[in-house]
Structures are given as structure tokens and as C-alpha cells.
Design a protein around this ligand. Structure first.
Ligand code: D5M
Ligand code: FE
Ligand code: ZN
Length: 577
């Protein structure tokens, strides 16, 4: 089926307020007279229905003249491309006639090797090979530009033969095997009033949760007990980083705080562990072991431990071949929002190549918002925040109705800025009805067919990148900044900087359970890799470079869709820009 035809049908349905199952679109497109079928389907579908289903189309078709062979005939004789409204052809789309209709097998998903990934859709979507392990990570740069590590090839994709299409069936995403559950969604559970006592409880909860992860590894004592121990004793301490100072002689004085008080810990500059001090952020919880000074007033640190993800962590996998597309930072309403690239992505999701994609996860910044940064209004295309969400909803309608959508807010969204951010309120949910999305807090853990995905927008990544060494975290390798968060077992350790914290009774930002996938956005850079078997993905954006980004020389990775195989945790990146 020509992609233009599906795009046009989806567009027509969307303009009438309907979402559509992919099979429904396929059926309409392959009918004898797609326009007439479309009109009949629209007539027959209740005005308040949200989604046109394949059954709706079949019901209409059963009511009309026999088709069967003639419909097939139409498919076989090529595409009604000359009459099809090109809609929004994917950038670089080539003529449908060009590719051979030999229909290789469905392009295989990654094997974890740096294998060539094929792309389809008749667009220039680039398949980018995934990377498996730390140390061989394809980053943003790789994804778009590094010909040395990325192999591309064109695919027959949308041009596969009609026979192949009909054998493959109408790309239906059956919903019976799906399962999604959400943990740690704090929407509607905010108890914080912003009082001092709330800060006490949230930090207490953070300490308790993270200390419990370190307790098994060190035999620690509370700070007040250490004070009364004999000089020269071997001690261990678990505490929140309260202060980091360098001494006159270049050593590091790290002050740790526990529930009983604070204690100064000296890290000598010539020890290997000194470089770990560079990775420390305020308010994270660590353990140290060392020797108490003669006057018991300071500990000389011998080793430092982070709550971390165990190296032995074994991720869970889905029981069947099913994929999730992970995106973020759509920024609808910005003049830089990439309409055409988004349309190409949405259209691609109707193709057989995207057939296994049954889940779409969106990690915040649905819209550009209003008043987020100084002078932001100069770059707005849609100035009203509600209209921005309405436009976003239209964009959502374009994707196949049978894809399950989960979203969390980001710093551009119309929810409180302080984290954790509750999911959108009722007014916004009433606007974002397409796909009946699962709207949860930032952060939340969403378990999709057994694979747990920690979704966090990622504001703290700016801080990790700014405050830790280049090799630990950089905009070009945003997944490495994510590794730091996994190591610290907290999505936003540092309080008082970029990241605003809303004190709650408990600390929802602690990474209590090791996720199988950690998904963030915010920095508008694509990067992924594995940290102790956890797949970390920062998903890029759908917004071209803004003036601000130009001024600080950030080249966003815009118009990419990383796709994860939930049965292997392999990643394929599709490029639509
Ligand atoms: O942020 C996208 C990225 O750009 C993220 O790394 C923050 C940074 N950014 C963008 N605009 C600004 C301004 N005006 N000040 C500071 N940092 C900025 P996003 O929040 O998704 O727009
Ligand atoms: Fe963003
Ligand atoms: Zn953001």
C-alpha cells in the first residue's frame, strides 16, 4: 500500500477527529475505491467515537458491493499514487516505482552486533545499529553522522509486493497479549505543602532507601557513634553528601550527613578514589570506609561505594517479539517543531516494518509551553498553551490507533516544575484524548510485558553534565549521564540547582528497583547504551535547533525514533529528518 495513501487516509480521519487502527487504514486503502470507502466509514461511524476500527470498515464493506478480487486487483496493479494527495511525504521520499518489489524478509531487528539495519517506508529513514555494551556505545553523533559506525541500506519497505503485503496480512497489532502496569506514579498523591518538615521527610526517606542498599556492603556506624570511637579505628559511614571542599593542599573534604549528624571525610588527592570525588553531586547518598584520625574528628577515606546497580543485574524480556518506540521532547507549538518529520514518523508506523511497535513511550515536553525560558515567546508558533495541547493531540491522532501510548510530563509542560511532576490534570487529559494515553508522573516506572521502563524527563542531566567530568557525562553521550543517575540510584540527586524538588512524604525520585530500561529526554540528544545490563536511552527530540541552542552551540538530534525490542532489549534507531 502506498504510504501516501495511508497518510492521506489517516490525515482525513484525523481531521474528522478520529484515530484509526492500522488495519482499518489498510482496509480502506486497499479497497476498490478508497475515497468512497473512507466517506462511507466516516458516515457510519458515530461522531463521538474516538477510533475507527477494522470492524467498522468491514461493516461498511459488507454493506456495499462485493469486492474481494477487485480490491486485490487494485493492490496488484500498483498504487493509486497519481491520485493520492502526497500529504506529507517523508523527507527524501523516493518514487514508489523505484524500489523493486522483491520484498525481502521483514528487516530483522538488531542482534546486538553492529549489523546493518534496513529502513523502509520509502523514506530515507536510516537504520542505526544498536550497541550492546558500555564502551561501544553509539551516541547521538553516531546515529546521524558517523559513517564509520553506522551502516545504512535502503529497503524495499513500502514498496514490497502486493502479494507479500497480503501474505503478511494487514499488519494488525493484536491487543490481547499486551500488559502494562505502572509503579511509582505519584499523580494525585502529592502530600507536600512546601513546609520545612516536608524537606525533612523527603530527605529522610531518600537516606533510608539508599542507605539500605549500601548496608549490605559496609559495616557502618552512625556519625554520633563514630565520634566516640577510638582514634585509628577502621570505620564505615553511610551519608548524604552535604559538602565537598578542596583543602589547601589539594585533598578533598567530603562532609557526609546521616540521621544523627555530619562527619568530615578526607579523600587524599593521590588516591585512586580521588577521581570519584569529581563524580559526586550534592545530596547523593554514598558509603565510605576508612580510618579514624587520632582525635576521631575526621575519617581518612580508603574506599567509596555507591548504591549502584548490581553488575549481576539480569533484565527481564518480553515473551514475544514486540517493540516500543521511545521518544520525547516533541515541543508542539514551537516554530521549530518538525511537522514533516513527525508526519513521516507517524506514517512509518503504519508500515509493516513498524508492525511490531505496539507501544509508544513519550518522556516529557509534549509541547513547547509558554514562558519556560526568557524570550521563548518569540519562537512560538502556537501561543496558547491549551491550543498547544490540542495541536499535540492532533499529532497523536496521526499515529496508528492500536499503539498503546504512555507519557510523562517535562519541564515545558503545564504541570508544576518541581519534581516529581504529577501527570497532567483533568483539563489537559480532556484535551489529550487521542489513544486514551496512559498519563503518569515524572518519574514513573512503566512495566511493559514484563520489561520495566523507568521514565524520567531528564532535567537533572544538565546538572550531571555540567558538574561531572567530560568522560563521565556530556551532551554528546547523554546516556553516560544516565549511567551516573543509575549509579546514584536517584534520578535527580542534587537539590537546589537546575532541578527543583517538590518535597513529598517520600522520595519518588529514588530508583528503588533496578529498571530494565531507563528512558529520558530533555537534553535533545540521542544516545543509548548499557550500564550493568540496564539499557539507558536518551531519545532526542522533534524540535529543530532553537536560538538558545544555537547560542550555546548545541546541535540537537531531532527527528529520530529509537525502537527497542522488548524481547531482546536491542535498539534500532529510525531517522526521519
Ligand atoms: O531543554 C533542551 C536542552 O537545552 C536542555 O539541555 C536544556 C537546554 N536549554 C534550552 N533552552 C535553555 C535556556 N534558555 N536556558 C538554559 N538551558 C536551556 P528543554 O527544556 O527541553 O528546552
Ligand atoms: Fe525538551
Ligand atoms: Zn526539557
Amino acid at each position: 500500500m502506498p504510504q501516501e495513501a495511508t497518510a492521506r487516509i489517516v490525515g482525513e480521519l484525523a481531521s474528522r477527529g478520529y484515530n484509526a487502527e492500522r488495519e482499518a487504514v489498510t482496509l480502506i486503502a486497499s479497497s476498490e475505491d478508497p475515497d468512497a470507502t473512507l466517506a462511507a466509514v466516516v458516515d457510519a461511524t458515530a461522531a463521538d467515537a474516538l477510533k475507527v476500527t477494522a470492524d467498522d470498515v468491514r461493516a461498511v464493506q459488507d454493506d456495499t458491493a462485493p469486492r474481494g478480487a477487485s480490491a486485490r486487483g487494485r493492490e496488484d496493479d500498483g498504487q493509486p499514487s497519481s491520485t493520492a494527495d502526497p500529504g506529507s511525504p517523508p523527507p527524501g521520499a523516493e518514487s514508489q516505482d523505484e524500489a523493486p518489489a522483491d520484498a525481502d524478509e521483514h528487516p530483522s531487528v538488531s542482534t546486538g552486533e553492529r549489523s546493518s539495519q534496513t529502513s523502509s517506508t520509502g523514506s530515507d529513514s536510516d537504520g542505526v545499529s544498536p550497541v550492546e555494551t558500555e564502551g561501544s556505545v553509539a551516541s547521538a553523533g553516531d546515529a546521524g553522522t558517523d559513517a564509520g559506525t553506522v551502516q545504512r541500506s535502503r529497503d524495499d519497505g513500502a514498496d514490497r509486493s502486493a502479494d507479500q503485503r497480503s501474505r503478511d496480512g494487514t499488519a494488525d497489532r493484536s491487543t490481547d497479549q499486551r500488559s502494562v502496569s505502572v509503579e511509582n506514579d505519584m499523580t494525585g498523591r502529592s502530600t507536600g505543602t512546601g513546609e520545612y518538615s516536608d524537606f525533612v521527610s523527603v530527605f529522610r526517606d531518600r537516606y533510608d532507601k539508599l542507605a539500605s542498599k549500601l548496608r549490605g556492603r559496609v559495616n557502618h556506624r552512625p556519625t554520633d557513634a563514630i565520634e566516640s570511637m577510638a582514634g585509628g579505628s577502621e570505620v564505615a559511614l553511610v551519608g548524604m553528601v552535604n559538602d565537598i571542599r578542596s583543602t589547601a593542599s589539594g585533598h578533598w573534604l567530603v562532609e557526609l550527613e546521616d540521621t544523627k549528624g555530619t562527619f568530615p571525610c578526607l579523600v587524599m588527592k593521590d588516591r585512586n578514589i580521588a577521581e570519584l570525588v569529581d563524580e559526586l553531586l550534592y545530596d547523593e547518598v554514598i558509603a565510605i570506609e576508612g580510618t579514624l584520625a587520632d582525635d576521631a574528628g575526621i575519617v581518612f577515606v580508603d574506599s567509596m561505594h555507591f548504591p549502584d546497580v548490581p553488575r549481576t543485574h539480569q533484565p527481564s524480556y518480553a515473551d514475544r517479539h514486540v517493540q516500543a518506540a521511545l521518544i520525547s521532547d516533541v515541543h508542539v507549538g514551537s516554530q521549530e517543531f518538525m511537522h514533516e518529520e513527525w508526519d513521516a514518523f507517524a506514517d512509518w508506523l503504519y508500515t509493516e516494518e513498524a508492525e511490531a511497535i505496539e507501544y509508544l513511550l513519550i518522556a516529557g515536553d509534549m509541547v513547547e509551553g509558554v514562558g519556560v525560558y526568557p524570550n521563548q515567546d518569540e519562537e512560538l508558533d502556537v501561543v496558547d498553551i491549551y491550543e498547544q495541547y490540542e495541536t499535540f493531540n492532533e499529532k497523536l491522532k496521526q499515529i496508528p490507533g492500536d499503539i498503546d501510548v504512555t507519557m510523562i510530563p517535562g519541564n515545558h509542560d503545564a504541570v508544576r516544575l518541581a519534581e516529581p511532576q504529577p501527570g497532567f490534570d483533568e483539563e489537559l487529559r480532556d484535551i489529550m484524548t487521542a489513544h486514551d494515553p496512559r498519563i503518569v508522573s515524572n518519574p514513573s516506572t512503566v512495566t511493559v510485558e514484563g520489561v520495566s521502563v523507568l521514565m524520567y524527563h531528564g532535567v537533572s542531566l544538565d546538572e550531571v553534565i555540567a558538574e561531572t567530568p567530560e568522560h563521565t557525562a556530556s551532551y554528546d553521550e547523554p546516556h553516560k549521564a544516565m549511567y551516573q543517575l543509575l549509579k546514584k540510584r536517584h534520578v535527580a540527586p542534587q537539590y537546589g540547582g537546575h532541578t527543583r524538588l517538590a518535597p513529598e512524604e517520600k522520595d519518588y525520585l529514588v530508583i528503588e528497583n533496578v529498571p530494565d530500561i531507563f528512558h529520558t529526554g530533555h537534553v535533545h540528544k540521542l544516545g543509548f547504551g548499557k550500564y550493568h545490563n540496564v539499557l539507558a536511552i536518551n531519545s532526542g527530540c522533534w524540535q529543530r535547533q532553537t536560538d538558545f541552542q544555537k547560542s550555546v552551540n548545541i546541535q540537537p538530534d531531532a527527528g529520530y525514533a529509537p525502537v527497542v525490542d522488548l524481547d531482546t532489549l536491542d535498539v534500532t534507531v529510525r531517522k526521519f529528518s
